[in-house]
Each structure stands twice: as structure tokens, then as C-alpha cells.
Design a binder for this molecule. Structure first.
Ligand SMILES: [Mn+2]
Length: 247
């Protein structure tokens, strides 16, 4: 439970991680496997050059849609998670795959958010504006080709991760609500109410979801979504002790 600091006029202590922990937090990948692969290499090189007891890689969601290689991104992240010390959080885009399998007509909205490129990445051939009958066929095809490991991945992604003075989440948090009492919908979708809030949260919120040209480091939050699918820049924040840096 967060408590106000005892001396109101003392300078607030810089946020910190527990000793021996280093966190690499990566923003929205959106199908850019061409950027993810070299980034994972850079993380591993950094760990090799500067060994630390507990290096943790955190991915902030939105692995699929828009960019061309969504299926490859998910395979690569599943492999990385199997090696340990990697946490993949859920983004709002990861909701679409299981939802589409249950309810094919959502392709009409998913398609507007880059979903057709995800279907293409799984080897399907959607037309530009699929009719209802084609939506059903595409969902059946996806259900057939989707590897079990991918299905599990989409269905079991956690919404947040907390370590030391930091809270990692896809979109952000609802100001005024305790971190432990946030609604899933806010963690996955919130924008303005969170982004315009200048009050401290219980922890520094590290998030993606809303693209910015440069990583945005503020007193209460750090945005690492640099719109990789469009800009070619996939950002990774490196946190250790009180240090805040970028790979
Ligand atoms: Mn998002």
C-alpha cells in the first residue's frame, strides 16, 4: 500500500528497483519482427557485457497488427518467454485474435486497426473488405492454422507487472484509482485521462499504446511507444537501481 512520504518538504527519493534487478522494457512491436530480432540481440549483448543477477525483459503489449510479421513476432516472444526472465504483457490488440475466433463479425473493426496484416502473417488471404460469409471462413481458417502455443499466448497474457517503484502496463492507469483496483479496460485502452495527469501515481508507470516521436520520460510515467510499425524505431527502456536509460 502506497503511503504519502513522511516529510512533505523533503525532495522525493528517486524511483528505484531492488538491488540485482535490471529491467529492459520494450514498447509496441506491431508486427515488426525485423526490429524485434536485433533488439533482443542488443538486450542479450548488454546483459553479457554488464552481467546482473536478475535481468528481466518486459514487453508492453501490441505485438500484432499493422506491421507485416505478427505471427513471427508472437513465435519469437513465446520462445523468449520459454527461456525465462521475460514477461509479455497484454495489449489491446492481443484481444482481437481470441475474440475474432469467437465472433467473426468483429473483423469489421479489427480490420480498421491493422488486423488484416495479422491474418496475412498467418498465411490467410483476406480480401480488403471481407463480406460476412468470408469473415466466417477466415475465422475457421485461423482457428485451423493457429498454433496451440499462440492460442495460449493470446489467452494468458497478464495485464501488468510491478517491480520496485515501477508499474508496467500497456496503456496506462486510471488516475485516482489504486493500482490494485484498476479496470482491465483502462489498463488496455486509456489515453487522455492518464496522459494528461500530472499527479504522482503509486509507482512510476511504464507504458506504451500512444505513439510518441521520442520516448517520453516524466515524473509520474514513461512512454516507450515510438510507433515502431511506422517509424522503424522500437524503443527499449533500461532500468537499474535509480538509473533510467535507453538501449
Ligand atoms: Mn495499444
Amino acid at each position: 500500500m502506497w503511503k504519502p512520504r513522511p516529510f512533505a518538504n523533503a525532495a522525493p527519493a528517486a524511483p528505484t528497483l531492488p538491488p540485482g534487478v535490471r529491467i529492459y522494457a520494450t514498447g509496441d512491436v506491431h508486427g515488426r519482427d525485423d526490429l524485434l530480432e536485433p533488439l533482443l540481440e542488443r538486450i542479450d549483448e548488454d546483459i553479457a557485457r554488464h552481467p546482473v543477477e536478475r535481468p528481466i525483459s518486459v514487453f508492453l503489449g501490441d505485438y500484432i497488427d499493422r506491421g507485416p510479421k505478427s505471427a513471427d513476432v508472437v513465435s519469437r516472444l513465446i520462445e523468449r518467454c520459454a527461456q525465462g526472465r521475460t514477461i509479455c504483457l497484454r495489449g489491446n490488440h492481443e484481444l482481437y485474435v481470441p475474440e475474432f475466433l469467437r465472433n467473426p463479425p468483429i473483423l469489421r473493426s479489427w480490420g480498421q486497426y491493422g488486423g488484416l496484416s495479422t491474418l496475412l502473417s498467418y498465411g490467410l488471404s483476406p480480401s480488403l473488405s471481407p463480406a460476412p460469409e468470408e469473415e466466417e471462413e477466415l475465422a475457421a481458417e485461423l482457428d485451423h492454422v493457429l498454433p496451440d502455443s499462440h492460442r495460449r499466448f493470446y489467452e494468458t497474457l497478464p495485464l501488468s507487472f510491478s517491480c520496485g517503484d515501477y508499474f508496467f502496463v500497456h496503456a496506462g492507469v486510471r488516475p485516482g484509482a489504486a493500482l490494485a483496483r484498476q479496470r482491465d479496460e483502462d489498463l488496455l485502452w486509456i489515453r487522455d485521462d492518464f496522459l494528461t495527469c500530472e499527479e504522482p501515481f503509486e509507482k512510476i508507470v511504464v507504458h506504451g499504446h500512444t505513439p510518441v516521436m521520442e520516448p517520453d520520460v516524466r515524473r509520474n510515467r514513461i512512454n516507450v511507444d515510438t510507433g515502431a510499425y511506422a517509424t522503424g524505431r522500437l524503443t527499449c527502456l533500461r532500468l537499474e537501481g535509480r538509473d533510467v536509460a535507453f538501449l
